[in-house]
Design a protein around this ligand. Structure first.
Ligand code: SF4
Length: 438
């Protein structure tokens, strides 16, 4: 008998081997502007803040190959919708790809100025603002907008209206928020969002977490942050990690990876630091035209998230916000993607596709139709392969009739047929080849 096969890869190596951007490769040095930047500097979030790219001129020093026309476009757009990118996130761009998915998410494009008609606040968050910076829409949850600053301004942001204005800290309204929550004990769950709450100072974040966690009726604090994607080294800060650990009983982290290229060794290590504290991490992806509106890209993204122990939670249909219309796909595209995920990859990796109803109607789940027909006794369903089954919810066995005649879906509803298999499916072929075909 041979020796049992033992994998030569440790689990750490197994995780790392797939990352396109590995720390030891020092990928940022492909940009001449950062050729002399050491690993210690580049992985320090303070260095990243000190070198923020917040003007077209600073961007052109890194992207010096842009044409005059492209530069002019960026200058014009950033006057309306400001530009802010940190070196880490910009370094993930492949300079040879005109349609690079990271570039599309952070570099201004002229399409942002085309749309003059869409609302700036399509979800009517401002109408549901009960005290400054607190949006109370759902019965037991509320949204706390803690800042209008982010580690990178995403071009598709649904809160584009608040980005780039003078930085307003939501901490100043904390006392009013606490008073409101104490009087409205039906609220158990606070989404701490922004902007990005992990760009707040540790001191401000501590203030928020300590005040909110001291309210008896609050059970859950959800940090909504893109920092694990755009500035993951912030989560290497020991002081911040100690602070998060202190409130870990209540905390969840909801982050926002949109493309597999955003999952790097640095973001992996950042997520790992959070998971070690006992804080679960979920992901909310936005469906974006030209970035991730493709079944293969989405499968890779969802499976890569699972590999770093991040649970795909939502796939958002892009909101009809002014300035982001060019990112919007059809709903059919979203359904096609869900069709390509459900059943084809692990259920753990399949998010819920939702449309955020305009005007504040909340999230509405959308999915391909798996129910074909229904009678009082039976439901006719189809599976991901296209096979159609007749299902009796009471679990009774089918009473097959004499002289069966297939007359379409009605035969399945009457119970004279139990299924129509998709003969071309891999599963059926596999069964046949192992003689297990029914
Ligand atoms: S990090 Fe979030 S809030 Fe900030 S710009 Fe991006 S999507 Fe908007």
């Amino acid at each position: 008998m041979g020796q049992p096969q033992v994998s030569s890869l440790s689990s750490e190596q197994r995780r790392k081997k797939d990352f396109e951007y590995k720390i030891e490769d020092e990928w940022w040095k492909k940009f001449s502007a950062w050729r002399d930047v050491s690993k210690e500097e580049f992985l320090d979030w303070r260095w990243q803040y000190e070198h923020l790219i917040n003007s077209p001129e600073k961007l052109f020093r890194v992207f010096h190959w842009l044409s005059e026309e492209e530069k002019k476009e960026i200058v014009e757009v950033s006057k309306v919708y400001p530009l802010l990118i940190n070196p880490y996130y910009l370094s993930l761009v492949n300079p040879n790809d005109k349609f690079d998915p990271i570039k599309m998410q952070c570099i201004p494009s002229k399409e942002e100025l085309i749309d003059k008609a869409s609302p700036e606040d399509p979800l009517a968050e401002e109408s549901d603002e009960v005290v400054p910076n607190l949006v109370h829409r759902y019965p037991d949850r509320a949204l706390y907008i803690t800042t209008n600053f982010c580690a990178t301004y995403c071009r598709f942001c649904t809160r584009k209206r608040i980005l780039g204005k003078a930085i307003v800290s939501g901490v100043s309204s904390l006392q009013k928020i606490v008073d409101y929550l104490k009087q409205n004990k039906q609220v158990h769950d606070i989404v701490i969002s922004g902007g990005d709450p992990l760009t707040l100072s540790n001191k401000d974040l501590e203030k928020i977490l300590s005040e909110l966690s001291a309210i008896d009726s609050i059970d859950t604090l959800r940090l909504g942050s893109r920092v694990p994607v755009t500035l993951p080294m912030r989560l290497f800060d020991e002081e911040l990690l100690e602070l998060l650990e202190k409130y870990s009983d209540l905390l969840w982290l909801n982050t926002h990876f949109n493309h597999p290229n955003e999952i790097t060794e640095v973001s992996y290590l950042a997520i790992k630091n959070v998971l070690k504290l006992g804080i679960p991490v979920n992901n909310q992806t936005v469906l974006l035209k030209g970035v991730n509106d493709d079944v293969e890209v989405m499968r890779k993204l969802m499976l890569s998230l699972i590999k770093i122990k991040v649970r795909p939670y939502y796939l958002f249909h892009c909101d009809p916000t002014k300035g982001i219309r060019h990112f919007r796909t059809t709903v059919w595209k979203g359904l096609e993607i869900m069709e390509g995920l459900r059943g084809h990859i692990s259920g753990l990796a399949v998010p819920t596709y939702v449309i955020d109803a305009p005007g504040g109607g909340g999230k509405i789940p959308i999915m391909p139709n798996y129910i074909i027909s229904m009678s009082e006794e039976r439901i006719v369903l189809r599976n991901f392969e296209g096979s159609i089954v007749s299902y009796d919810p009471t679990g009774r066995a089918l009473t097959k009739k004499e002289n069966q005649r297939f007359e379409g879906i009605i035969s399945l509803l009457e119970g004279s047929f139990d299924k129509i298999d998709s003969l071309d499916s891999e599963r059926i072929k596999r069964r046949k080849s192992t003689s297990k075909s029914s």
